[in-house]
Ligand binder design. Structure first.
Ligand code: IVH
Length: 706
């Protein structure tokens, strides 16, 4: 992106962010999901980092929360209520630790205190001489709103701080001086407790049920429930909302951080001793590895918590280090919000492709600038049909909000039209079928565009199924269901596309967990090299079965490693007569073979295999009748059953072929040997019945070895 493009983009992003932020923070109205807003802010942050001169003093990256509402009186915070930096991955957390090393000029691997990140409203409570005198929202970070009356309706919040016993303070590890200071502050000083006002999930459900009965507007979520009750003027409503408050910080007036209380863990315990609720889940972690374990366990357990959380706040436990590390921009260096992955994000649409479904219907898919949503990187999203594109008013290069929930396919929710630059391109329905190049039709009363060739999808599905089959590329596990899923989701158009599948593409599919995706990707990477005969067989040339493919491969006289262009050159040298000279190949087969080597579409597919990294190797030797004479297994028919431990079925078949033998699927009187692995099937019984020679795996290995 050039500087001037970045400048325009940054200005538009700011406008958009400000609009949503104002609604969210000032009017308590959610015009966009917080995760999507985060996405926009992250993009702006990245742009400003790349082009620092773009930073303006009013940029949303430079400030904290919204303006206070006019209806509340204002309160100046004794110490600014700042914000937190966000991290979404272990890498980002490690980068934070390293940044702190660099800042301090030494290796600093501190102990951390991990706290749940509550999703409510930040509130600062001031206790003077132990009495609650005022409560303020964050506001713009410097000046907040006086919400004392509403906060006082939180039943669990003490209006007077509890005075801990001497023993309790000793057990907490405080020395005499610290104990005295706390006593003094409770009698004559100021203690400020900061924390989060929240609404539990149960209260939220209960209230909404009641509101529904009464025909009142429902609360959108628990955060709105809190904000809406604390930031309105009638304390009765606040009382009805049954809010709670959890402390996450404590400021002792006149003392620096670390002076009285040494650690964040101690501070948390002190809050509890003073009578303010703290989260019992919070824990000390000795290093980042322990932090990651805490994060994972918390994320797993999240649904079972009585309140909503949106991550973990990781804080340097040693409070003396807080002023040393200090604040940079809008947030401190000594703590970090390690947030759960967002389920919504913003990204840009790069292209729209059309895929052919089972019924020939053409479905549009948006190819996206890759973006992380709900923990996985997404690069495509379904658009359902052309009407949906029209409904969204989507254009190529638009910025969109996408959503991914659970394992469901990600979808485009909205287009952020304000971010348009004029470089957007209209999307048109497809003119030709992307699979077969044939005509596209649209019935009057249907939304879908279709390929006019009714068999188009089925033919293609069969072709790909044939390519992956055991006798061909032998791509284990890629059954018809998976191929169908890849085809209908538009990930592949042909077998060559299988070799460039990416993990992020698979994770965007339904029922595709991380492990399954890894397995598919690994297998494709492991099986990029095919023997010439298997490859030729897999191409599905008319009239060319396994045997003929082997003949062809031998006739081409290729040896060692072979590239697909070499194969094409070798194949094109042959005329129909040349093929016909070979035994077993008649004129029809010969014509079909020659046609293949010159067909535009077939050659394009071959080139695509090459471009996608497929290479070939010659089998040790071919299997024509002449070559077979004198070979160890010449003319012998094998059937394999059960699973072999020393080699794959494909390898066993190749060996048999090299030695002049054949493998067949079923046991008949023509079968010479049945090789029996572990857990054999009915073929074993059949062999016994017909009195056919049975070989154990060991015996078989002996035969093919010697
Ligand atoms: S420490 C510098 N600890 O998250 C601000 N914040 O995204 C001090 N929050 O404004 C924040 N749980 O309202 C801290 N255990 C926790 C928290 C927490 C929720 C909120 C807080 C803050 C926001 C920042």
């Amino acid at each position: 992106m050039t500087y001037s493009e970045a400048k325009i983009r940054a200005a538009k992003l700011r406008e958009e962010i400000d609009f949503h932020r104002y609604n969210y923070h000032v009017l308590d109205r959610e015009t966009v999901a917080p995760a999507a807003l985060d996405s926009l802010k992250n993009e702006l942050f990245r742009l400003e980092r790349e082009f620092p001169t773009l930073i303006t003093p009013d940029s949303p990256t430079q400030r904290v929360a919204g303006r206070p509402l006019d209806k509340f009186s204002k309160i100046e915070h004794s110490e600014p209520m700042i914000s937190l930096f966000d991290a979404f991955s272990e890498e980002e957390m490690c980068a934070w630790e390293e940044r702190n090393d660099n800042y301090l000029g030494r290796r600093f691997r501190p102990e951390y205190y991990c706290e749940l990140k509550l999703d409510g409203l930040a509130v600062s409570l001031q206790y003077r001489q132990g009495l609650l005198v005022r409560a303020a929202t964050r506001g713009d970070g410097k000046i907040g709103e006086d919400v004392t009356n509403n906060i006082k309706t939180i039943g669990s919040l003490p209006l007077k701080l509890r005075r801990p016993t001497e023993k309790e303070l000793i057990d907490l590890g405080l020395d005499k001086a610290a104990r005295t200071k706390i006593g003094q502050l409770l009698t004559a000083g100021v203690i400020e407790i900061r924390g989060e006002a929240i609404m539990t999930k149960a209260v939220f459900e209960e209230l909404n049920k009641k509101y529904a009965r009464q025909g009142r507007p429902l609360l959108a979520n628990t955060r709105n429930g809190v904000a809406g009750s604390i930031r309105q003027l009638d304390p009765k409503i606040a009382a009805e909302r049954k809010l709670e408050f959890y402390a996450y910080d404590i400021l002792l007036d006149g003392y620096n951080r670390g002076e009285t209380i040494a650690t964040r863990a101690q501070a948390d315990k002190l809050s509890a001793l003073l009578g303010i609720k703290t989260l019992r889940q919070n824990r000390v972690s000795v290093d980042l590895t322990a932090v990651f374990a805490f994060y994972r366990a918390t994320e797993k357990n999240r649904a079972r918590l009585p309140f909503h959380i949106d991550g973990v706040v990781v804080k340097v436990n040693d409070l003396k280090m807080w002023p040393v590390l200090g604040v940079v921009g809008k947030a401190p260096r000594y703590e970090m919000a390690y947030k759960f992955s967002a389920e919504q994000a913003t990204t840009e649409v790069r292209e729209v492709v059309w895929q052919v479904g089972r019924t020939g219907a053409l479905t549009p898919t948006a190819l996206l600038e890759p973006v992380k949503v709900g923990g996985v990187t997404i690069s495509r999203s379904t658009l359902h049909n052309f009407d949906e594109i029209r409904r969204l008013d989507l254009k190529i290069n638009d910025t969109v909000i996408i959503e991914r929930s659970g394992d469901v396919i990600p979808k485009v929710l909205t287009v952020l039209k304000n971010l348009r630059t004029g470089r957007e391109r209209e999307i048109f329905p497809p003119k030709v079928c992307p699979m077969c190049g044939g005509e596209v039709i649209k019935e009057k009363d249907e939304v879908a565009y279709r390929c006019a060739d009714k068999r188009c999808y089925a033919v293609n599905l069969r072709r790909i199924g044939h390519f992956v089959s055991k006798g061909a590329a032998d791509l284990e596990g890629l059954g018809p269901k998976l191929i169908e899923q890849f085809l209908t989701s538009g990930l592949i158009k042909d077998a060559a596309d299988l070799y460039v599948l990416r993990k992020e593409d698979l994770l965007g599919l339904e029922r595709f967990a991380e492990k399954k995706a890894d397995n598919v990707i690994k297998m494709m990477a492991d099986r990029r090299v095919l023997t010439v005969e298997r490859f030729i067989y897999g191409l599905g040339i008319r009239h060319v079965g396994e045997e003929t493919a082997a003949l062809l491969a031998e006739a081409l006289r290729l040896s060692g490693k072979i590239s697909i262009p070499e194969l094409i050159r070798a194949g094109q040298k042959f005329q129909a007569d040349d093929w016909e000279k070979m035994s077993d190949i008649g004129p029809i087969v010969a014509r079909s073979i020659v046609a293949f080597w010159h067909d535009k579409h077939d050659l394009e597919l071959l080139k695509k295999f090459h471009d996608n990294g497929v290479t070939l190797r010659a089998t040790a030797s071919g299997s024509t009748a002449a070559a077979l004479a004198g070979k160890k297994l010449a003319g012998r028919v094998f059937v394999l059953t059960g699973s072999l431990s020393g080699l794959t079925r494909g390898e066993a078949k190749d060996k048999i072929k090299i030695l002049g033998g054949k493998t067949k699927e079923n046991v008949t009187r023509e079968t010479d040997y049945v090789v029996v692995g572990a857990d054999p099937g009915s073929k074993y019984e059949q062999a016994k019945k017909l009195g056919i020679k049975i070989l154990t795996e060991e015996e078989f290995l002996q035969i093919i070895k010697g």
